[in-house]
Design a protein around this ligand. Structure first.
Ligand SMILES: Cc1ncc(COP(=O)(O)O)c(C=O)c1O
Length: 391
């Protein structure tokens, strides 16, 4: 059980806003804020390199904490500036040839699709979108039918940016393992919201961001690559963090996940993300998930009861992301009007999910995403405000 009062007391932002934009960027808790500020102050006082030495333990905790979060080993983790860069570093390490295939999902993330399209242009690899099943989630059966020698990568988004859907990533993982096809999962919207375990999912690589449900600082993210795959993946970009220059004409790549990192990093952000991950672990991911999805379900139900509001979330299992549209009000206007009332939400526009928006005829959507520190009273407030727009 989450002690909501304590969670709120440790979240300074709760005093100022009704923050239902955790899928955008969550409110940082005080311990994370303290860790970031402390490191920045140290840098200002003693110098950046010296602050790094002084905080080496807190900085290195990033690997242990993140590994613990996802059931991996610290050596399988890389620190990145975002989920997108983390995903890119894995994706662009794979080699594709004309005739190869990548299998992905309808609701995959926009930047992942952009990379697929660029890779298709460059190499002739075919990007195959696995159809959804009758519940609007990736069809595990259809994916199985699409498997053959041409498939060189399966890349799926766990929780998409534009809705409450939780894709059946473990079902896909079981098939990927059976067929020995590398499997890359985008857990950007699920990390910190629900338990994510690399063995339970059966993935070979996974990417996430710091600022969303993990409640870390902006400009942080991480990549996991399974030890067995690590040494076979040649990063698309390297520097002196990723490799040693061992002779005038020779370099050697690091053997661990840090081969995907940059030498220069946002160390205040890294310390902050380490603290954020530990903070999530202290609450417990099961407890966080239980509360987050309960709040999501409550909000979904309340909004669906309003005449003129259409809730759009698909899937068998739904998370704390709630998307909807309001008759007669563009999503952007709803967001602005709510902001004036001190309520933060965001907009998922159709261009961020082109295939799904076309297939389902979706308009731009308002996205409200509570987290465990939100209250029923806050949900009532947004419901009241949306109701007010229509009356
Ligand atoms: C599913 C998904 N993947 C990836 C990203 C990208 O994260 P970042 O902005 O940290 O690169 C997002 C951001 O909204 C997302 O929703």
């Amino acid at each position: 059980m989450i002690d909501v009062e304590r969670a709120r007391a440790e979240t300074p932002g709760c005093e100022h806003v009704v923050h239902l934009n955790n899928a955008g960027s969550a409110l940082m808790p005080q311990p994370v804020l303290d860790a970031v500020v402390r490191h920045l102050e140290l840098e200002a006082r003693m110098g950046g390199y010296e602050a790094h030495d002084a905080s080496a333990e807190a900085i290195d905790r990033f690997y242990g904490a993140t590994a613990e979060l996802i059931g991996a080993a610290p050596e399988e983790i890389a620190f990145c500036s975002s989920a997108t860069r983390a995903w890119d570093m894995a994706f662009y390490s794979f080699r594709f040839e004309r005739g190869d295939r990548i299998l992905t999902s309808v609701a995959d993330y926009i930047s992942n699709y952009l990379a697929f399209l660029q890779m298709a242009q460059r190499t002739g690899v075919e990007v195959v979108t696995v159809p959804n099943d009758e519940h609007g989630q990736v069809s595990v059966e259809r994916l199985r039918e699409l498997l053959d020698d041409r498939v060189k990568l399966i890349a799926i988004t766990h929780v998409p940016t534009n809705g409450g859907l939780v894709n059946p990533v473990a079902g896909v993982g079981a098939i990927a393992r059976e067929a020995a096809i590398p499997y890359l999962v985008d857990v950007c919207q699920s990390a910190g919201q629900l338990p994510v375990d690399v063995d339970a999912i059966g993935c070979d690589a996974l990417s996430a961001t710091g600022r969303k449900f993990l409640r870390g600082p902006r400009g942080t993210g991480f990549l996991y690559v399974r030890a067995e795959l690590l040494e076979r993946l040649n990063p698309p970009l390297i520097d002196m963090r990723a490799a040693d220059w061992v002779a005038p004409d020779r370099y050697e790549l690091r053997r661990d996940g840090r081969r995907f990192e940059e030498w220069e990093q946002d160390y205040a952000g890294k310390v902050g993300l380490a603290r954020a991950v530990d903070y999530a672990l202290e609450w417990g991911l099961d407890a966080i998930w239980e509360r987050a999805r309960t709040l999501g379900a409550r909000l979904r139900e309340q909004l669906a009861d309003i005449e003129g509001v259409t809730v759009r979330d698909a899937g068998v299992e739904k998370c704390a992301i709630v998307t909807f549209d309001v008759e007669g009000f563009p999503a952007e206007e709803v967001k602005d009007l709510l902001r004036r009332d001190g309520i933060n939400v965001s907009v998922s526009d159709t261009s961020s999910a082109v295939i799904e928006s076309i297939e389902r005829g979706l308009p731009d959507l308002v996205r409200a995403s509570p987290h465990y520190y939100n209250t029923d009273a806050e949900l009532d407030r947004i419901v009241e405000c949306v109701n007010g727009l229509l009356r």
